[in-house]
Write a protein that binds this ligand. Structure first.
Ligand code: AMP
Length: 277
């Protein structure tokens, strides 16, 4: 079956088939991580819709919206190879009315950890994701664990706003040396890339520890070893559902999350671990 490319909401409405739909929202510049989400979508529904939209609402004024990689033709090839049925690639004008007023607020969860560094980011994410849910009407939507806080705020939106869509989280795909795949990795020089490996190394080292204190200090020590070329934004050990820091008495699943700037590129990574006493 040929891939249908819907460049606006009217074409998307025409492309809708009769069976169940799984949605994979992306900003394009597709890589193996996105492919893994598409494969998870294919086994869960009759039709897979991939959205490709660099959402202006989720970028801050000093962030990389204008220089975010756009590789549309290569993205369509990836979607064809992976058996995607529909690519929805609207323009910002098609997505957002010039007089729009209403948006989704992520609440306190949108203001902590990643949200503290990127004010308004999660409001922008939730607004576009809710719009995509309304336009595509999927039964299921797949998101990467790579953006763990995004996954958590989306799950929270679905619960708090009673949305009828199942959210599936897919594991982070990494390079053999541990670097988490990201569309932004293409900005890294060979030297930056070597420095950036400290992120996944720190997470692995932290995950080998048993207590919250040891996890934090071990991961921190690995990041410190990377020297001044790694500009740490945060290292946080949080509850996966709320993204609040866990204390030493905490038991259960936790996320060790890190964000840092290497060269001019901001990178994030995380690992899920289990805390027991
Ligand atoms: P993006 O295009 O970066 O907005 O990402 C689109 C989706 O792909 C999000 O749900 C991300 O969490 C997911 N994603 C990005 N990188 C990876 C990765 N390395 N492994 C798995 N999923 C990923």
């Amino acid at each position: 079956m040929d891939l249908i490319v819907a460049g606006n909401r009217d074409d998307l409405a025409k492309a809708r088939g009769t069976g169940s739909v799984a949605l994979v929202p992306t900003m394009g510049a597709l890589h193996e991580g996105h492919r893994s989400l598409i494969r998870a979508a294919r086994v869960r529904a009759d039709q897979v819709v991939v959205s490709i939209f660099v959402n202006p609402l989720q970028f801050g004024p000093n962030e990389d919206f204008s220089r975010y990689p756009r590789t549309f033709d290569a993205d369509l090839d990836v979607c064809r190879e992976e058996g995607v049925h529909v690519v929805f690639a609207p323009s910002p004008e098609d997505m957002y009315r010039p007089d729009r007023q209403v948006s989704v607020c992520a609440g306190e969860m949108g203001t902590i950890v990643e949200g503290a560094s990127r004010p308004g980011h999660f409001d922008g994410v939730l607004t576009v994701v809710l719009k995509l849910f309304n336009l595509v009407r999927p039964e299921v939507a797949i998101f990467g664990q790579k953006d763990a806080q995004q996954l958590a705020v989306i799950r929270r939106m679905v619960a708090d706003l009673d949305l009828a869509v199942e959210i599936v989280g897919a594991p982070t795909v990494r390079e053999p040396d541990g670097l988490a795949l990201s569309s932004r990795n293409r900005y890294l020089s060979a030297r930056d890339r070597a420095v950036a490996l400290a992120l996944s190394r720190a997470l692995r080292a932290g995950a080998a520890e048993l207590t919250a204190g040891a996890i934090r200090s071990t991961a921190r020590a690995v990041l410190d070893e990377a020297g001044p070329d790694l500009d740490l934004d945060y290292l946080a050990l949080v509850d996966p559902a709320t993204f609040k820091e866990v204390d030493d008495a905490y038991e259960g699943s936790a996320v060790l999350a890190v964000a840092a700037r290497v060269g001019g590129t901001r990178l994030i990574d995380n690992v899920v671990l289990s805390l027991r006493h």
